[in-house]
Design a protein around this ligand. Structure first.
Ligand code: ZN
Ligand code: FE
Length: 254
């Protein structure tokens, strides 16, 4: 069993403090900032064994060095961008495993936002940490990769167990939802989700995690094969990748 604590960092980042219950090993996913993460560790487990980074951007790695120093933690990251990760210790490639005690994570290489971006997926815990690739109701901006790479990365994630809970790097759900509904106008499930998201935000609660099955029905970037969406975009004869490219470009200007 895995305990997961959500930590709000900076303006809209999330870091995740995780503990394997059997062995009491503790990890942090994407420490945006030393201070907020350290406060949560001081309040809870008072130790840190591993730091896991999904990608090299500062808002996901800024806490690395100070946390490593204070807790003597080891830093796990993508082999493809380890030279850009402060304090990198253990470098992982696609399909390799990382074990936090009895909780196994599979590394899934999902390039697009950055070229070396990875996700940490635990089938046993039913959780995936997707960084800035798959967001709730959205996907990350394409900074280093191609549209095709990002599209293929999302297709990989779509194939995971439907009940998997998604923990992503930012609280962008409400604005993402507004974009989805601007195109997927008659999606009832999406309308309900947006209302639910609005309620959570008013109460200052995180809108995460979210299940993959909910995302498959409401996140437009996972629905590029949907006939109604294609029709609404006047792209009935276009490929799914062309639809994805159109959507990502529209979202950049939204
Ligand atoms: Zn990023
Ligand atoms: Fe980010």
């Amino acid at each position: 069993m895995l305990d997961i604590n959500i930590i709000k960092c900076l303006s809209d980042n999330y870091s995740y403090l995780i503990k394997d219950k059997k062995t009491n090993l503790v990890g942090i996913i994407d420490p945006s900032d030393f201070k907020e993460v350290d406060e949560e560790i001081s309040r809870t487990y008072k130790k840190l064994d591993f730091i896991l980074n999904t990608h090299h951007h500062n808002d996901h790695t800024d806490g690395n060095i100070n946390l490593k120093k204070k807790y003597n933690a080891k830093i796990i990251c993508s082999r493809y961008e380890s030279e850009k990760i402060p304090g990198a210790d253990i470098k992982k490639s696609d399909s390799e495993q990382f074990s936090l005690g009895e909780t196994d994570f599979k590394i899934i290489h999902i390039p697009g936002h950055t070229l070396g971006h990875i996700a940490f997926y635990s089938e046993k815990a039913g959780a995936i940490f997707t960084g800035d690739t798959l967001f709730s109701l959205g996907c990350g901006r394409i900074f280093e990769g191609t549209f095709k790479q990002m599209f293929t990365s999302l297709e990989k994630l779509k194939k995971l167990a439907k009940k998997t809970m998604i923990y992503c790097g930012h609280e962008y759900t409400y604005s993402n939802g507004r974009f989805c509904i601007s195109i997927d106008k008659d999606n009832k499930k999406l309308k309900n989700r947006i209302q639910d998201v609005k309620n959570k935000i008013e109460k200052k609660l995180p809108t995460l995690p979210v299940s993959l099955s909910d995302e498959l029905e409401t996140n437009i970037f996972l629905r590029c094969d949907n006939k109604i969406i294609k029709n609404n975009l006047k792209m009935s004869n276009s490929s799914n990748l062309e639809v994805f490219t159109k959507l990502r470009n529209l979202k950049d200007q939204f």
